[in-house]
Design a protein around this ligand. Structure first.
Ligand code: ADP
Length: 376
C-alpha cells in the first residue's frame, strides 16, 4: 500500500493506494483551510496528524509514501527517493515556486518524522518536461543572466501529462510511438507536445503563469505590459498578484469557474462571451503550434475539469480544424464520461477524453523507485 500526499499551501490531499488489489483507492480525502482564520486546522503538522489517523499511518502494510512536489528546479529529471540531500535541493527550488514548494516540504518533513522507517519518494510536476530540447526551453534573453537566475522553461502538470499521454498512446494502439498533444484544462491549464513518450514542448514556463488562458492566470502576455503597469503606479507585487490571481477568465468577466462562464455565455453576457472566446482562441493557437512542432499528430487528449467535462469547449476549440485532419464526432463528444475517443472514424488525428489520475501516477512512480532501490 502506498500513501500519496499532495501537501498544498492551504490543503492536504491524500489517497491510500493498493496497486495490486482489486480496489485501488482504499481511503482518500482532503484536509482543507489549513492556517485560515477560525479554522480548526492551524498548520500542516495538525493537517498531517488528521491524515495519519485517517490512513492508519502506523500500519505495517504501508510500504512507501509518494509526495507531489511542484518544482524540481533544474536538477530533478525524474522521481527520487527522499534523503536529506533531496530535501535540501527541493528547498533550493523554493524561489521558483514560493507558494508550492514550502508546503510540499512541510508534508515531507512531517511524514519523515512520523514514519522514519518508510521509503518516501518525491514526484515532481516539472520532471516529465525535463526532456524538452534547448530550442523549446530557452528564453531568448541574455544567456548569462538567464543561467544565473535559473530562467528557462520548466513546465508543470508533468505527472498528469505523463499519465494522460501514456493512456492516449495505448488508446490509439501506438503505446511506444504515438505523437500526442495533451491539453490539461483545470483551474490551471497547459498544453504539451509529447513524442513517443517524451515531452518535446509545453506551454507553461519558468512558472505556471505562461501559456493558456486559465481560471485566474493570464497566460501569455507581452512582457512589456508589466513595465507599463509598474510605471503607471502599480508595485511589482501588485502586478504579480494581478497576473496570477485576478486575470484569465476571472480578469475578463469576474468569474473563474468555467461552468458559470458557460452559463453566462449561453445567456448572452458579452463579458463572458469575450472571456470564453479568448480562452478558446488561445487553446486553438497552441494546438496549431504543437501540430507544427510534432509534424505528425496521432492523438489530441483532453483532461482536467474543463477538458473532461465540457463538450462545448472541445467542440469550439477544434471547430474548423478539418484541414489539419481533426474531425470531432458530435455524438461521441457529447457522450458519457470515462476514457474514450470522440473523433470520427475517418479523422486522421484521434481526439480523446482521458480523465487524469495524478495520484495513481504518483503511486506507480513511487512504487517503481522503491523497487529500483531494493534491487541490487
Ligand atoms: P484543479 O486544476 O483545481 O484540479 P479541476 O481540474 O477540477 O481543477 O478543474 C476545475 C475547472 O473545471 C473549473 O473551472 C470548473 O468550472 C471546470 N468544470 C468542471 N465541470 C465542468 C463542466 N461540466 N463544464 C465546464 N467546466 C467544468
Amino acid at each position: 500500500m502506498i500513501l500519496v500526499l499532495n501537501s498544498g499551501s492551504s490543503s492536504v490531499k491524500y489517497q491510500l493506494i493498493d496497486l495490486d488489489g482489486p480496489t485501488r483507492v482504499l481511503v482518500g480525502g482532503k484536509v482543507e483551510r489549513i492556517g485560515e482564520h477560525g479554522s480548526p486546522v492551524p498548520d500542516h503538522e495538525a493537517a498531517l496528524r488528521i491524515v495519519a489517523h485517517e490512513v492508519s499511518l502506523d500500519s505495517p502494510e504501508l510500504t512507501a509514501i509518494g509526495h507531489r512536489v511542484v518544482h524540481g528546479g533544474p536538477l530533478f529529471t525524474g522521481p527520487v527517493l527522499i534523503t536529506d540531500d533531496v530535501v535540501k535541493h527541493i528547498a533550493e527550488a523554493v524561489p521558483l515556486a514560493p507558494l508550492h514548494n514550502p508546503a510540499n516540504l512541510a508534508g515531507i518533513e512531517i511524514t519523515r518524522r512520523l514514519r522514519p522507517d518508510l521509503p518516501q519518494v518525491a514526484v515532481f510536476d516539472t520532471a516529465f518536461h525535463s526532456t524538452i530540447p534547448p530550442a523549446a526551453r530557452t528564453y531568448a534573453i541574455d544567456r548569462e543572466i538567464a543561467e544565473r537566475n535559473g530562467v528557462r522553461r520548466y513546465g508543470f502538470h508533468g505527472t498528469s501529462t505523463a499519465y494522460v499521454s501514456r493512456v492516449a498512446a495505448e488508446l490509439v494502439g501506438r503505446p511506444d510511438s504515438a505523437n500526442a498533444i495533451v491539453l490539461h484544462l483545470g483551474n490551471g491549464a497547459s498544453a504539451s507536445a509529447v513524442s513517443a513518450g517524451t515531452c518535446v514542448d509545453t506551454s507553461m514556463g519558468m512558472t505556471p503563469l505562461e501559456g493558456l488562458v486559465m481560471g485566474t492566470r493570464s497566460g501569455d502576455i507581452d512582457p512589456a505590459v508589466i513595465f507599463v503597469l509598474i510605471r503607471s503606479g502599480m508595485s511589482p507585487d501588485e502586478v504579480e498578484a494581478m497576473l496570477f490571481r485576478h486575470s484569465g477568465l476571472q480578469g475578463l468577466c469576474g468569474e473563474n469557474d468555467m461552468r458559470t462562464v458557460i452559463a453566462r455565455v449561453e445567456a448572452g453576457d458579452p463579458d463572458a462571451v469575450l472571456a470564453y472566446d479568448v480562452y478558446c482562441h488561445r487553446l486553438r493557437k497552441y494546438i496549431g503550434a504543437y501540430c507544427a512542432v510534432l509534424g505528425r499528430v496521432d492523438v489530441i487528449a483532453f483532461t482536467g475539469g474543463v477538458g473532461e467535462n465540457s463538450p462545448l469547449v472541445r467542440q469550439n476549440v477544434l471547430s474548423g480544424l478539418h484541414p489539419l485532419g481533426i474531425r470531432l464526432d458530435p455524438v461521441r463528444n457529447a457522450s458519457a464520461s470515462g476514457t474514450r475517443l470522440i473523433s470520427t472514424d475517418d479523422s486522421a488525428v484521434a481526439v480523446a477524453v482521458i480523465p487524469t489520475d495524478e495520484e495513481l501516477e504518483i503511486a506507480l512512480e513511487t512504487s517503481a523507485v522503491v523497487a529500483r532501490t531494493k534491487s541490487p
